[in-house]
Design a protein around this ligand. Structure first.
Ligand SMILES: [Zn+2]
Ligand SMILES: [Zn+2]
Length: 202
């Protein structure tokens, strides 16, 4: 997918790319999702845990979502469900309002002509005219899609009275009986009166 200059030149987009390491469609989808969700929820980047995100994939898009929303793995307001779906739920703690965005399936629909030309190019079988035609179709499709705003990418599902995940737990650390390493108390298992860490339990 062609990513237009109007997106690539955005300062916050550049920040996402810097964090992620490369420009790709995945990170761009995450960027679009975070922008749309924060606009819909009227939320700003989370300083603490006022905003949460639940992602249903662990792909490139997650990096842009973390950068823009301030919901991060480290802060404990970024939750991962291993569902393999390009779907993201954003929720505000104060409003209890949540919105789930799912990437529209038609985003991956590539017109037949574009597909054919792409195959020819990949097989080094395209004429210069076909190369140009491909470039034109490819660019036009990207420009057209992005010009419609982030709404064009996602199915939007509002969730009222959303049951937000609990705030990041905080607990003191105590030593594991076996390895002696300090472990967050809630992560230890009582084995016959001895507290054992998960690594030693295995
Ligand atoms: Zn990527
Ligand atoms: Zn241990």
């Amino acid at each position: 997918m062609f990513i237009p200059e109007s997106i690539q030149s955005q300062k916050d987009y550049r920040t996402c790319i810097e964090f992620h390491g490369h420009t790709c469609m995945g990170v761009t989808i995450g960027y679009q999702a975070a922008k749309l969700a924060m606009r819909l929820l009227k939320e700003r980047r989370a300083v603490d845990e006022e905003l949460i995100v639940i992602v249903e994939t662990d792909a490139c898009c997650c990096d842009a979502i973390q950068v823009l929303t301030g919901c991060t793995f480290g802060k404990g307001n970024f939750f991962y469900l291993d569902h393999g779906k390009m779907a993201f739920t954003f929720a505000g703690r104060s409003t209890q309002q949540a919105v789930r965005l799912q990437l529209k399936s038609e985003i991956w629909n590539i017109p037949e002509r574009e597909k054919l030309l792409a195959e020819k190019i990949a097989a080094y079988d395209a004429t210069p005219e076909e190369q140009n035609e491909y470039e034109t179709i490819y660019r036009a499709r990207g420009e057209e899609l992005f010009s419609q705003g982030p709404e064009a990418f996602f199915d939007i599902e509002w969730k009222n009275n959303f049951n937000l995940p609990a705030k990041a737990p905080r607990a003191p650390s105590v030593p594991c009986t076996i390895c002696g390493e300090m472990v967050m108390e809630t992560k230890l298992t009582d084995v016959g009166g001895h507290l054992v860490c998960r690594a030693c339990l295995d």
